[in-house]
Design a protein around this ligand. Structure first.
Ligand SMILES: C[S@@+](CC[C@H](N)C(=O)[O-])C[C@H]1O[C@@H](n2cnc3c(N)ncnc32)[C@H](O)[C@@H]1O
Length: 237
């Protein structure tokens, strides 16, 4: 029914603005963590943006399009409640999936989905992180990194932290697939209670260059979000 869903979304907007006010002087991710906590309590599938079946199937298909095989390793940055992770874990050899997220609640929801799908035996590594500096996975590089609908919720300073730390988890042949919202005005802006961030492609490209990374666009990405393909720059000979 339309009416109750309108009331629910109005209430959600109201509670987001109250949270935004409460967290206005704190680092952005503390606000977003509080948003995730509240949304996970309501519905751990909707908390990561809904479209569960499509998001789940689409993520493994995307990785396979880039050559993923069962023996590869995957780092799922902002893995959430394992919407994409479950299918990836199922496909990969035991122990080859790692997920990190800034929300303990959404990770716990993911662990529950994992038990529900009887996939604990695949021994995925799930880590809470305060910020994306990869301390939890230190010393390990991954064949594939994935961030679906994550950079879309990150302010510039957190994306810079992410890019600055990618060298720790990427080898020379690693491929990082990340979805973003590309700016329609050429500048950086955010919308919807600071929960969607838009950036010009050139901003990502230049940031990548500062940290030894190439950032390319894949035009075949999801219609709602754009796909970036990030690799380490080839060492000059
Ligand atoms: C829209 S959900 C997408 C989750 C998952 N990638 C998927 O496709 O289902 C965004 C996720 O990114 C996480 N997140 C937001 N900012 C983050 C950051 N700075 N570092 C790591 N995770 C972050 C959120 O907690 C949330 O679980």
């Amino acid at each position: 029914m339309l009416f109750p869903s309108l009331i629910a979304s109005a209430l959600q907007r109201l509670s987001d603005s109250i949270l935004l006010l409460r967290y206005r002087r704190r680092p952005y991710r503390e606000y977003y963590r509080a948003v995730m906590k509240r949304r996970t309590k309501l519905n751990p599938r909707d908390a990561v943006g809904g479209r569960w079946e499509m998001g789940s199937k689409g993520q493994i298909e995307l990785l396979q399009r880039y050559g993923l095989m069962p023996q590869h390793t995957v780092l799922d940055v902002g893995c959430g409640s394992l919407r994409g992770g479950l299918n990836i874990i199922k496909y990969l050899e035991t122990g080859n999936y790692t997920g990190v997220d800034i929300s303990e609640e959404i990770l716990e929801a993911g662990r529950e989905f994992l038990r529900g799908a009887s996939l604990e035996g695949k021994r995925p590594n799930l880590f809470y992180t305060d910020n994306i500096e990869f301390k939890e996975v230190q010393g390990k590089t991954f064949d594939y990194l994935l961030a679906i609908s994550v950079l879309t919720h990150m302010p510039p300073e957190d994306i810079e932290t992410l890019f600055a730390n990618l060298h720790k988890v990427m080898g020379d042949r690693s491929v990082f697939l990340a979805t973003v919202f590309l700016s329609k005005t050429g500048s950086i802006y955010d919308t919807v209670m600071r929960r969607n961030f838009f950036y010009p492609y050139e901003w990502f490209r230049d940031m990548g260059a500062r940290y030894g990374l190439t950032v390319e666009r894949d035009e075949k990405g999801d219609a709602k979000q754009n796909l970036l393909v990030i690799r380490k720059q080839a060492a000059s000979t």
